[in-house]
Every structure is written in structure tokens, then in C-alpha cells.
Design a protein around this ligand. Structure first.
Ligand code: NDP
Length: 326
């Protein structure tokens, strides 16, 4: 029997219930993985509330990111063996479990010098930072960029990696404590959005020009002001909805504000093939091993207390990554 979290109806953190189940044996192309650490992500909240529909409907077990050890491999899985350490960050949903049976095709072997908790926290968030900074918009040395929620899970990785690429990083945060953390992780200028006018500050810091790209995972609350931070023909990368989904807007605004671009990307389309997934994961593992990107795990909860972890994330009281321990 294994313990896992199950969501039977959409709602608040209280719908995250613990259950015990028997696992089936892995079928062709599948493996059974015993989790050693599980990554918490905002997408887990979106599925829990029903903002994003779970692929197979209700009930479902949340979680797209984890590290663990292969226990058993199914037919045709020749490249993994029992005892091997692996991690994943692209689901399918079901990571909030002591162990699970899942497709082998999403697993990435983890080198010995990366510990389990780091591996569990760096896959979804690290691969997201990588595609955002290198593919959605290729950040160039000397460019100034703006990152919202700069002290968050994805935010801290974005700041460090952008700095590593030679960019000058402006970041917004919700508290002076978060400002300290962002500053210590590559954010050159931190903007406290509760105290300062973000658009005005970005203009001041760019000699009135604006930035070529804004990375905005906050969504509804920041969408319009993010457009105003861009220079003509700049790109708003709206990659999340921590404050709620962005509402419909008049496309003509993009012309008025400077022939702007907006994209709403998601990791899954950037790692759709095994080759893309491996290339991305390789890059994440490399920057972590080099020390260019440090995976900061600032909160740890037992798996059974996943609801408390969700409460903390939604209350904006977390910084860096949060890990659930099975
Ligand atoms: P974070 O650790 O960044 O937590 C969210 C942060 O957003 C908060 O700490 C808070 O920081 C800020 N925030 C602003 N307004 C609100 C609000 N109303 N409610 C809650 N938080 C708010 O989370 P993650 O690192 O897990 O994810 C960051 C974003 O990236 C999410 O939107 C997520 O969906 C998105 N994402 C998108 C992916 C993609 O491929 N599209 C993949 C992975 C993540 P502060 O106090 O500083 O304002």
C-alpha cells in the first residue's frame, strides 16, 4: 500500500485528502518510482481549484514534479534499471504520492552530486526558467529584463539564470524580506510593488526606454502594468496566473503601447519531444552543477500536510522552492 493525496472535488486546500492505494505493476513503457521528494508548484493550485482541468478529470492526484528511485521497469524500458535515481517535471499529474507507476519517457536520470530534494525542486521550475530565457525570448548579455515574483520558486531561478546569461535583472517582490532574497540571487534592482510604482521605477531604471521583455507569472494583477514596462516591440511573456487568470483585453492596446507582443507559453509545448526534454533538462542540470543557479528550498512539508503547503504558497508566504516529503 502507498499513501497519496487525492482531490475528489475542486476547492480550497482542504480538498487535498490522504488515501491509501495498491499500486499496479508497471505496464509496457512504464516504471514504478518510489518518491524521495516532491516539488510544489503553482500549477498544483490551478488543478486543485479547477482553473486548469485535470487531464483525466476527478478524482486525481496532483503534482507534476518529483525525484525518486526506480523500483521496477515495465516491458520495453531498457534504459532505466531498478535502483536508479530519477526526477521529472512534466507530470503527468500524480506526484503527490509515496510511489507511483508512470511513463518512463518523462524521466531524467539524476547525477550523484545532485541531492533528492534539489532534484525534486529543479525540474519543472528549472526547465521553465530555461525555455523562458532561451527560447520564448533569447536573453542577451547587457539587456535589462523584468521578472515578477522575483523571490518565488521560478523567480529565483529566472533571476540567477538571467544574470548568468549576462543580463541586468529588475525584479518585483511583495516584501523587504523577499527583496533581500532576490538581491542575493542575481536581481540587480528590486522593486517593492506595494511601496513603489513599478512602471515609473522601470522607466527610471532604463532611462525612460522600458525593457525588451517582461516575465510575468502573476497574471491578472500585473498584466496591464507589465505592458507599460515594455519598450516598443517588446514582448510580454505571461506565463502564469498566481493572482488570477488574465482577462480579455483589446488587441488594439498592443499597437497603442508600442507594437507590443504577448505570448502565453507553457512548458509542455517546449519539451514535447524526448530530444527537447533531454536538451532542456541537461542544461538545467549543468547550471545547477556549475553553481550558476542554486536551487533554494526554503520550505519543507510532510506529504500528508500538502494542504498547509498550498495555504502557504497561496498566502504568498513562501520564497524559493517548496518540497513535500513522502
Ligand atoms: P511562486 O513561488 O512564484 O509563488 C507565487 C508568487 O507570486 C507569490 O509568492 C507572490 O510573490 C506572487 N503573487 C503575486 N500576487 C499573488 C497573488 N494574488 N496570490 C498569490 N501569489 C501572488 O510560484 P511558482 O514558482 O510555483 O510559480 C510562479 C508562476 O509561474 C506561477 O504563475 C506558475 O503558474 C507559473 N509557471 C508557469 C509555467 C509555464 O510553463 N507557463 C511553468 C511553471 C510555473 P510576491 O509576494 O513577491 O508578490
Amino acid at each position: 500500500m502507498v499513501q497519496r493525496i487525492v482531490v475528489r472535488s475542486f476547492g480550497g486546500p482542504e480538498v487535498l485528502e490522504l488515501e491509501e492505494v495498491d499500486l499496479k505493476r508497471p505496464g509496457p513503457g512504464e516504471v514504478r518510482v518510489r518518491h524521495t521528494a516532491i516539488g510544489l508548484n503553482y500549477i498544483d493550485v490551478y488543478l486543485r481549484t479547477g482553473l486548469y482541468p485535470p487531464a483525466d478529470g476527478l478524482p486525481f492526484t496532483p503534482g507534476f514534479e518529483a525525484a525518486g528511485v526506480v523500483e521496477e521497469v515495465g516491458e520495453g524500458v531498457s534504459w532505466l534499471r531498478p535502483g536508479q535515481r530519477v526526477a521529472y517535471g512534466t507530470g503527468p499529474a500524480g506526484a503527490y504520492a509515496e510511489a507511483r507507476v508512470m511513463p518512463a519517457a518523462v524521466l531524467i536520470p539524476i547525477p550523484d552530486d545532485i541531492d533528492d530534494r534539489t532534484a525534486a525542486a529543479m525540474m519543472l521550475k528549472g526547465m521553465t526558467a530555461r525555455y523562458l530565457l532561451k527560447q520564448t525570448y533569447a536573453v542577451k548579455p547587457g539587456e535589462t529584463i523584468l521578472v515578477h515574483a522575483a523571490a518565488g520558486g521560478v523567480g529565483l531561478i529566472l533571476c540567477q539564470w538571467a544574470k548568468h546569461l549576462g543580463a541586468r535583472v529588475l525584479g518585483t517582490v511583495g516584501s523587504p524580506e523577499k527583496a533581500e532574497i532576490a538581491r542575493a540571487h542575481g536581481c540587480d534592482h528590486v522593486i517593492l510593488y506595494r511601496e513603489e510604482d513599478v512602471v515609473k521605477r522601470v522607466r527610471e531604471l532604463t532611462d525612460g526606454e522600458g525593457v525588451p521583455v517582461v516575465y510575468d507569472g502573476v497574471g491578472r494583477a500585473t498584466f496591464m502594468s507589465s505592458l507599460d514596462c515594455l519598450k516598443p516591440r517588446g514582448l510580454l511573456v505571461s506565463f502564469g496566473n498566481a493572482s488570477g487568470a488574465v482577462e480579455a483585453f483589446n488587441l488594439g492596446l498592443l499597437a497603442q503601447k508600442g507594437s507590443l507582443y504577448v505570448t502565453r507559453p507553457t512548458l509542455f509545448h517546449y519539451v514535447a519531444s524526448r530530444a527537447e526534454l533531454e536538451a532542456n533538462a541537461r542544461d538545467v542540470i549543468e547550471v545547477v552543477r556549475q553553481g550558476a543557479v542554486k536551487i533554494e528550498i526554503h520550505q519543507t512539508f510532510p506529504l500528508a500536510r500538502a494542504a498547509d503547503a498550498h495555504r502557504a504558497l497561496e498566502a504568498r508566504s513562501t520564497t524559493g522552492a517548496t518540497v513535500l516529503m513522502p
